[in-house]
Design a binder for this molecule. Structure first.
Ligand code: NAD
Length: 252
């Protein structure tokens, strides 16, 4: 039996990029998936493609996370699709670059909302759901190397990702003895739409590759593989930890 067979996993922002990479690796271990995205049709299309490629059950849920109505009750809505949720992956995130001195309050709030407040609220919803089922569960927060080190001109992003690393530790302290495991992943530079402005530009790509000790950009599946492992019982003693996967970027 595959390690995640019979489990249902909710991945926010699971329609593309790292979220989709996570969903694919979890599906390969037999999990059923619920993918959220900003738009219902795009979420359904991504889920249908995943289901036909892997043979697992997959559903798409349109949930623009800047919209209160979409965040309220999201875990319960997702849980009603296949009869429960076993793992929540807080993956959806945004960035907004620019010098701190000019960073608009509106942008700061939007980044902190999507990257930190929404993961907290979904974690609360998931924990309540896990407790009501008396089966426990796992929460995986996708932070960033920006959760451990500063990046110039990314004040709101860095603050939100540092916050998520701290939140992961607090929730682990509070919920560990209720059979809820909480951990995180901190990716380095990964090839997705979010970073196309870096890897899509030849000069910038060379610059960045020189700064990544392993000599290349990472791929969504390389984050997905760790997320899938963290969701399994083999990772049962990994708790409160955010695992850095960055090709060595933060080693110096
Ligand atoms: P991406 O832009 O390719 O995908 C982001 C996903 O989040 C999409 O599915 C999008 O629909 C969803 N999303 C974003 N804002 C949303 C909103 N308001 N409502 C609903 N859904 C929303 O980005 P990615 O590179 O795959 O990033 C995924 C996560 O990984 C993010 O939390 C990001 O901060 C983190 N991360 C990415 C990198 C990288 O190099 N790509 C590095 C470190 C951390």
């Amino acid at each position: 039996m595959s390690q995640l067979e019979g489990k249902t996993i909710l991945v926010t922002g699971g329609t593309r990029g790292i979220g989709l990479g996570i969903a694919e690796k979890m599906a390969a271990l037999g999990a059923n998936l619920i993918l959220t995205g900003r738009d219902q049709a795009a979420a359904e299309a991504a889920a249908a493609e995943l289901a036909s490629a892997t043979g697992v059950k997959a559903a798409g849920l349109g949930a623009p996370l800047t919209d209160e109505g979409a965040v309220n009750g999201l875990v319960d809505r997702a849980a009603s699709i296949f009869g429960g949720i076993d793992v929540l992956v807080n993956n959806a995130g945004i960035d907004c670059d620019g010098p701190a001195i000019d960073h608009a309050l509106e942008d700061w709030r939007r980044v902190l909302h999507v990257n930190l407040e929404v993961p907290f609220r979904l974690a609360q919803q998931a924990a309540r759901h896990f407790l009501s089922r008396e089966k426990g569960g796992v929460i995986i927060n996708v932070s960033s190397v920006a959760g451990f080190k500063a990046i110039k001109e990314a004040s709101s992003y860095v603050a939100s990702k540092h916050g998520l690393v701290g939140l992961t530790k607090v929730l682990a302290l509070e919920w560990g003895q209720q059979n809820i495991r909480v951990c995180g992943i901190a990716p380095g530079l990964i090839k997705t739409d979010m970073t196309e402005y870096i890897w899509g530009n030849e000069a910038a790509a060379a610059y960045v590759n020189n700064r990544i000790p392993i000599g290349r950009i990472g791929l969504p599946g390389e984050i997905g593989a760790m997320a899938a492992f963290l969701a399994t019982d083999d990772a049962a003693f990994i708790h409160g930890e955010t695992v850095v996967i960055d090709g060595g970027t933060t080693t110096d």
